[in-house]
Design a protein around this ligand. Structure first.
Ligand code: FES
Length: 112
């Protein structure tokens, strides 16, 4: 288990969770009613699982694959700390990580 905190786009809501290792950020969000979409369910075919990772934790994550980078390029509000939530598995090393939700997502799969 690792403790992680989701922060809403406006910073007003912080949700602290105990995350089982090997769960992805997307799965964790869905299990806990966090507003992270994940339209393609982790198939690297959308960018609606875009999250912003606290700088202290970026180096502890595996490098993004080329496919992840391609999809991230399509995300609204891209930052240097942006990653796709479905591609990041929780590990013990991520204890204390803060994950901020972006202000908007572009859902290209269902066109909303
Ligand atoms: Fe579609 Fe992550 S859920 S790329």
């Amino acid at each position: 288990m690792a403790k992680v905190t989701f922060i809403s786009a406006d910073g007003a809501t912080r949700t602290e969770l105990e995350a089982p290792v090997e769960t992805t950020i997307l799965e964790l969000a869905h299990k806990n009613n966090i507003d992270l979409e994940g339209a393609c369910e982790g198939a690297l075919a959308c960018s609606t699982c875009h999250v912003i990772i606290h700088s202290d934790y970026l180096d502890r994550l595996p490098e993004p694959s080329e496919e992840e980078e391609d999809m991230l390029d399509l995300a609204f509000g891209l930052t240097l700390n942006s990653r796709l939530g479905c591609q990041i598995e929780i590990t013990d090393e991520l204890e204390g990580m803060e994950i901020t939700l972006p202000a908007a997502t572009r859902n290209m799969m269902v066109g909303s």
